[in-house]
Every structure is written in structure tokens, then in C-alpha cells.
Design a protein around this ligand. Structure first.
Ligand code: IMP
Length: 436
């Protein structure tokens, strides 16, 4: 059995939650390795909707172990809210720590990270990133500047106070003098942290060691990425990105396993593209085809699972998709939400960009150049409405949809291994098994 990494191949919101839920049936360990509760994974099981932000989507399978690894920025308050709601719905038993463990090395999101995120976004006039205001960026900044508080630190009340004092020293200068906000009160943060640490104690583990043992025992693992390739801090549309490595390489640094542990990388993509938050989006149709954008948004329910914001809509961008295939080493694609496009008059596929009169086939690095892109499209007839229940295999799909899939495969050089035609587990056509 191979271990599988799931990554978003676009700007997030591709439908990773559903694929993680499906593939969790084949894995024993499900690992979150980056990001935090900026993610929002919507799952529909037996008609019941669950939205998770932090706990891996594999939790809805009774016998799986869900690990939150070192690369995640971990908000303990959100974690306990999710635990409580999973307990209330009966998805987990009264000993949740038997199935959910958190790395002692993960960095903690504290109230001052959320505060900084929000005052910065409020103050940024034209250059707003449009963050989820969950404190993700400021928590990663503390990690890199070596002022972070890690999960293990919460468990040692004696040494914690000095660490928090060090962490907030500069922030209070910024908050007071630059943002005109109240300074952070050390005592209040310390007391909150000590309380959270005690509650968290049974969940804390050396996740890397757990994974090493699981690797030795050849237990299949699923690494659950959050956000998407084009939001990667290094390879995304900087600066309009999140603060972690969302690409497959993040699964290694974010969990502690070596490269040899990974067998397949599955890129999750929608049949069109969405983006939430600011930043360049070459194939966006909000201005050129507003009625169509509205229609796709309504049919596809394209509103953020975390913030409820409207997602921006665009045609499928094959140039950006191929880039995602390359930087992740994607071995198979999962094509989501093709059903949202059923019955449209036509479909457009972006196959190259024009920038200042030059035709280019790769993503430029600067936001200014990304913003100047004019997409070049191939136009195709769309597939008609069809009854997904009648589809048992690839050959049962409408010819236009099969052709769309073939075009994606030919352009990117990798096969489509899963096709989703609705939110439910059963509304899925599996064309390959990445664990084999
Ligand atoms: P942050 O991750 O909250 O700092 O937000 C940075 C950018 O990433 C913003 O444009 C967000 O809208 C976007 N973003 C963060 N998480 C997600 C996600 O799970 N799906 C889609 N976009 C996201």
C-alpha cells in the first residue's frame, strides 16, 4: 500500500474534504500537516452536513486515527469546539483522545494572533490580503521569528509565563503605537494558556514518533492538505497567499516523515476555478460574464465554509493547473463539481496567457504580472444535463465531459483518478486507487 498526499491544485475550496473522507476508508492514519482553522472542509455523509476546520476530515470514519502534526498552527479553542460538536453528533466517543492527537511541536494560535490579523487587515487600505482573520499569518510569523508558543509549552506552566512575555513584548509596541489598539495583558493570556494546556494534555503526542511506528508497521496514511497550491507561501500568487507551504512538500516538513514515505500525490481540482480573498485571478469572469458567475456560484454553493464570503468564479485554468502538477509532483487528479457546469451553453479552457503581447505557458512570479494576464481560451460545447445515478463507469458519462477530462489529462500529463458529481460519498466515480 502507498501513502497518499492530498493537495489543493487551485486556490483552495476544491473539495478536498470530500476526497479525504472517501480515501480515509482506505487509510488508517489521517494527518493534517499545515495551515490551521482557516480551512473549512464540508462533508456530507448520509445526507448530514459536517464542517470541519481543524480536525482531519477522516474523523467521520469510526476506526481511524487523526493526527494534527507539527506544521499546523493550532487554535486550542477551535479544537475543543470541534471536539464538542463531534461528541454531540455522536461522530466520536467519550474518549476522543484515543483517535485525535496533536503534535507537541505544533505552534499555538493565541488571541493576540487573531487580534493582529484583524487590525492589520483593517488598516491595510488597498493592499488587503483578505485573510480569514483566524490569526494564521501572525502565528506563523512567531514560529519563524522564534517567538512562538508550541503545544508542549502549554503543558509546562513554570516556563510558559516567560515565553509569553517574550512573545508579546514587540506586539504590544505595535498594537499601541501603530494600530492604536489595547496592549495584550500578560496575566490573562497566561491564565488562558495554562487552562487550555491542562485540557489538552491527553491529546498531546510526539506525532512524528507515532508516524514512524505506523510507517514501520506499514499502516496506510493519508496526508490531508489545506488551502491550495496557488496560496502556497513560496509557490503561490504572493503576497496574496496564506502563510504555509500548501504544496505536497509541506507534508514532509509538516509531519516529519521522509520523502520515501509518500507514494501518490492527488491534486484536487474543480471543473472551474474559485478564489476567495484578494489577489490576481487570470480566468475570473465576475466582470466579463457576471450572470454566469452568479449562476455557477448559486449552483455550486460557492460561499466560504469558514467566513461565508462569496467565492470569485473563473473558467478552468490549465496553465495554472499544470504548474500545480509540477510543483506538487501530482500523480493523479480528482475532478470535483463537474455537475455544477451541466447544461451550460459552452465551456472555456484557458490554455495559455498573453502578457504585454507575449504568449506564455507558465505562471509569472510577480503579482503585478499575474494581474496583467489575458487568458487565451479554447471553447467547447458543454455536456447536457444527465442523470448521475445512471453513471457506473467512465463510458457512461456524456461524450463532452469525457472529452473535457481527456483534455485535462493531455494538457497536464496525469490521469483523472476520481470524478465527483455531487456532495455525497456515493456521488463519486473512482477511476483509480492511489493507495495501490
Ligand atoms: P489566511 O490563511 O487567513 O492568512 O488568508 C490568506 C489568504 O488565503 C486569503 O486570501 C484567504 O481567503 C485564503 N485562504 C485561507 N484559507 C483558505 C481556504 O481554506 N480556502 C480558500 N482560501 C483560503
Amino acid at each position: 500500500m502507498k501513502n497518499v498526499v492530498i493537495v489543493g491544485a487551485q486556490w483552495g475550496d476544491e473539495g478536498k474534504g470530500k476526497v479525504v473522507d472517501l480515501y480515509s476508508a482506505k487509510a488508517e492514519y489521517i494527518v493534517r500537516y499545515q495551515g490551521g482553522n482557516n480551512a473549512g472542509h464540508t462533508l456530507v455523509v448520509n445526507g448530514k452536513k459536517t464542517v470541519l476546520h481543524l480536525i482531519p476530515s477522516g474523523i467521520l470514519h469510526a476506526d481511524k486515527v487523526c493526527l494534527i502534526a507539527n506544521g499546523v498552527v493550532f487554535d486550542p479553542e477551535v479544537f475543543f469546539k470541534e471536539i464538542d460538536s463531534l461528541l454531540a453528533s455522536g461522530a466520536i466517543s467519550d474518549r476522543p483522545y484515543d483517535r485525535v492527537r496533536v503534535s507537541d511541536r505544533a505552534h499555538v494560535i493565541l488571541p493576540y494572533h487573531r487580534l493582529l490579523d484583524s487590525v492589520r487587515e483593517a488598516k491595510a487600505a488597498g493592499g488587503k490580503i483578505g485573510t480569514t482573520v483566524r490569526g494564521i499569518g501572525p502565528a506563523y510569523e512567531d514560529k519563524v521569528s522564534r517567538r512562538g508558543i508550541r503545544v508542549a509549552d502549554l503543558l509546562d506552566a513554570k516556563t510558559l509565563r516567560a515565553k509569553i512575555e517574550h512573545a508579546i513584548e514587540e506586539k504590544n509596541v505595535l498594537l499601541k503605537n501603530l494600530y492604536g489598539a489595547d496592549p495584550i495583558a500578560l496575566d490573562a493570556v497566561y491564565d488562558t494558556c495554562v487552562g487550555l494546556g491542562e485540557k489538552l494534555r491527553p491529546y498531546v503526542a510526539d506525532v512524528k514518533s507515532l508516524l514512524m511506528t505506523a510507517l514501520e508497521q506499514k499502516r496506510p496514511m493519508l496526508f490531508e492538505g489545506a488551502q491550495g497550491t496557488l496560496l502556497d507561501i513560496d509557490h503561490g500568487t504572493y503576497p496574496f497567499v496564506t502563510s504555509s507551504n500548501t504544496i505536497a512538500g509541506g507534508a514532509l516538513t509538516g509531519s516529519g516523515v521522509g520523502e520515501g514515505a509518500i507514494g501518490s500525490v492527488i491534486g484536487i481540482m474543480k471543473a472551474y476555478v474559485t478564489r476567495v480573498g484578494s489577489g490576481p485571478f487570470p480566468t475570473e469572469i465576475e466582470e466579463t460574464e457576471p450572470a454566469l458567475a452568479e449562476k455557477i456560484r448559486a449552483v455550486g454553493q460557492e460561499f466560504g465554509a469558514t467566513t461565508g464570503r462569496k467565492r470569485r468564479i473563473g473558467w478552468l485554468d490549465l496553465v495554472a493547473l499544470k504548474y500545480a502538477v509540477q510543483v506538487n509532483g501530482i500523480t493523479g487528479l480528482a475532478l470535483m463539481k463537474a455537475d455544477v457546469l451541466n447544461g451550460l451553453d459552452c465551456l472555456k479552457l484557458c490554455t495559455s496567457y498573453s502578457i504585454g503581447g507575449n504568449t506564455v505557458y507558465d505562471l509569472p512570479s510577480r503579482a503585478e504580472d499575474l494581474a496583467r494576464i489575458e487568458p487565451n481560451y479554447d471553447v467547447y460545447p458543454c455536456w447536457p444535463n444527465y442523470d448521475a445515478k445512471e453513471v457506473k463507469g467512465f463510458d457512461d458519462l456524456p461524450e463532452e465531459l469525457r472529452e473535457y477530462i481527456r483534455k485535462i489529462e493531455a494538457f497536464t500529463g496525469v490521469p483523472v483518478v476520481l470524478l465527483s458529481v455531487g456532495p455525497g460519498r456515493e456521488e463519486t466515480l473512482e477511476l483509480g486507487n492511489p493507495f495501490e
